[in-house]
Write a protein that binds this ligand. Structure first.
Ligand code: ASP
Length: 272
């Protein structure tokens, strides 16, 4: 049995935006599902790559800007068989940051590369780059309220392999150089075939302080149901830090789950 869960970020967008955000997530779920034949890793990458093209969502093309009105994008990918992971942070000029995260993972020397070094890595690996103006122009055209709408996907293929991918512009108006949880293993994402796959969204500082993605995976490994474990982690987030967010998760047997304690989180899943 294969399972794919996709989300378009937790937050409180105006109600008029709920439907297009949900439609974007469902489109990405189908794009991911179409790639499932290549395994869980291909499925999550295809889903997140599609979400990076959505103007509604805070990743790739739709990414929010920092306090200097500059894009600084973060992304990550992890597979749960050999625990390979790749992540990039604060990149200004990469069209699909999740492609760069994949290149970091496949290269294998490092897990997390940020800033100018990440851009140089993109050029070395022939990953598509753009003028940062590409991201800025979109915001002049469609200014948005500060929102937390990271995108992500978790999958289990029918061989039992797990994977997660995540991509974000981070928190709108953030300090230049700030990294949130999204590119940090154990905080923003985690995948281990023995435990489960998890993707976080929300106020990244809280997920970093509580190492929440790993803790959700660990609880699933002990038998917890994904949705219930995610609810527990959000309660922990609220109680310990006063912050909010959401999760999508799959356990090692392929059970899907999601939870959020913000007003809204677009998410969708498919099992088959
Ligand atoms: N977690 C992301 C960050 O803090 C934001 C989000 O999920 O929307 O950068």
């Amino acid at each position: 049995m294969a399972t794919l869960v996709v989300h378009g970020g937790s937050g409180a967008p105006p109600e008029a935006e709920w439907q297009p955000r949900q439609a974007a997530v469902e489109g990405a779920r189908e794009a991911g599902w179409a790639a499932m034949g290549g395994g869980a890793l291909e499925a999550v990458l295809a889903a997140v790559r599609r979400l990076e093209d959505e103007p509604w969502l805070n990743a790739g093309f739709g990414a929010v800007l920092n306090q200097d009105q500059q894009p600084e994008l973060d992304a990550a990918v992890m597979e749960g068989g050999q625990l390979r992971a790749g992540a990039v942070g604060a990149v200004k000029d990469v069209r699909h940051p999740v492609d760069l995260a994949r290149a970091v993972m496949e290269d294998g020397r490092h897990v997390l590369i940020v800033g100018a070094g990440a851009s140089a890595f993109a050029r070395e690996k022939n990953i598509e780059t753009v003028d940062p103006e590409f991201f800025i122009a979109e915001h002049r055209l469609h200014p948005r309220a500060p929102e937390q709408d990271t995108v992500g996907a978790v999958a289990r293929d029918d061989s039992g392999r797990l994977a997660v991918a995540v991509s974000t512009g981070g928190m709108s108006g953030k300090w230049p150089g700030r990294l949130g949880d999204s590119p940090v293993p154990g905080a923003g994402f985690y995948a281990d075939d023995r435990l489960g796959a998890v993707c976080s969204t929300g106020h990244g500082e809280g997920f970093l302080r509580l190492v929440l993605a790993y803790r959700v995976a660990e609880q699933m490994g002990l038998g917890g149901a994904p949705g219930q474990v995610a609810d527990w982690a959000l309660e922990e987030l609220k109680q310990r830090t006063g912050l909010e967010g959401g999760f999508i998760a799959i356990d090692s047997g392929g059970r899907p789950g999601a939870a959020f304690n913000t007003r809204f989180m677009a998410w969708a899943y498919r099992v088959g």
